[in-house]
Ligand binder design. Sequence first.
Ligand code: NDP
Length: 327
Amino acid sequence: MFNALVVDKNDEGKTSAAVQEISLDQLPAGDVTVAVDYSTVNYKDGLCIGPGGGLVRNYPHVPGIDFAGTVETSDDDRYKPGDKVVLTGWRVGEAHWGGYAQKARVKADWLVPLPSGLDTRQAMAVGTAGFTAMLAVMALEDHGIKDGPVLVTGAAGGVGSVATAILANLGHEVAAVTGRPETADYLTSLGATQIVPREEINETTKRPLEAETWGGCVDAVGGDMLARVLGQMQYGASVSAVGLAGGAGLPATVIPFLLRGVNLLGIDSVMQPYQNRLRAWERIAKDLPMDKLEAMIQPATLSDLPDLGRGILKGQVKGRVVVDVNG
Ligand code: NDP
């Protein structure tokens, strides 16, 4: 028997989340069984733990959209007992039981070997949010980052923190947008050279075009924020659209695309093919300074998860929550 955070739904449709003991034979089918070391709290996890169950597709369910750990048993030639592995995406923690348990059983195709230079705790300090931040930076690089500051929105959150640290480490000037002025020192310590208050972007004139300011953007917020940012991009610059923490709508015009050749790049971390995942994890090990990653970590255990799930949906979590499932 081992511990897991199990979410369930009663006959009235009310969901609950509690730490329970479960057994190996309850785990879903898969080729590889992993002894999980760490998982994390992402925005999607907040939805899955919270009231209504968010993205959960089957009950009872073990959420946790990512994990890192050690292979215990494997029916697949690519993995053997003792191998260190990382998992993000593939609807794990939504449609297939995830990382909020001391053991997980998944398809071998969904795993990636832990890249050298990272241990399982560091890999989960990165987690889905950081992996996505790296994909967003790589997409900007593919389209060319212009001179001048690169904007990161939702900067004090998970995606934003990692994007800020990577971009700064790559030598870019980073302008970090935050609605929490108290995080300014934290964002500066990650390498941001400019702190932009959230309202400074949201409360601009709302003209379709404003001064050409940003050489690129990683946007974790969407909504009004993304709409305003599009009109502030330099000619031919790109925005990696990652998230919707500020809303799923996009009250924008086509003008920035027509008159400034702005590129809007959609970033999806869930269905990334193996080679892309491997490349992104290798870039993370190379381009993300581990001392900055350490500064982002908020440690947690399985029993902290219900509170943390509520917190992330309110935009109250700073950096990355790393869940020690054995803690
Ligand atoms: P976090 O909650 O850690 O960060 C989001 C940040 O956005 C907050 O910290 C806050 O930053 C800002 N924010 C929150 N609410 C608002 C608001 N109403 N208006 C403006 N800014 C707001 O979440 P993550 O970083 O983990 O994820 C960010 C988004 O990216 C989510 O929507 C998530 O679902 C999505 N995502 C998408 C992935 C993909 O594959 N495309 C993968 C991973 C995440 P501050 O306090 O600094 O303003």
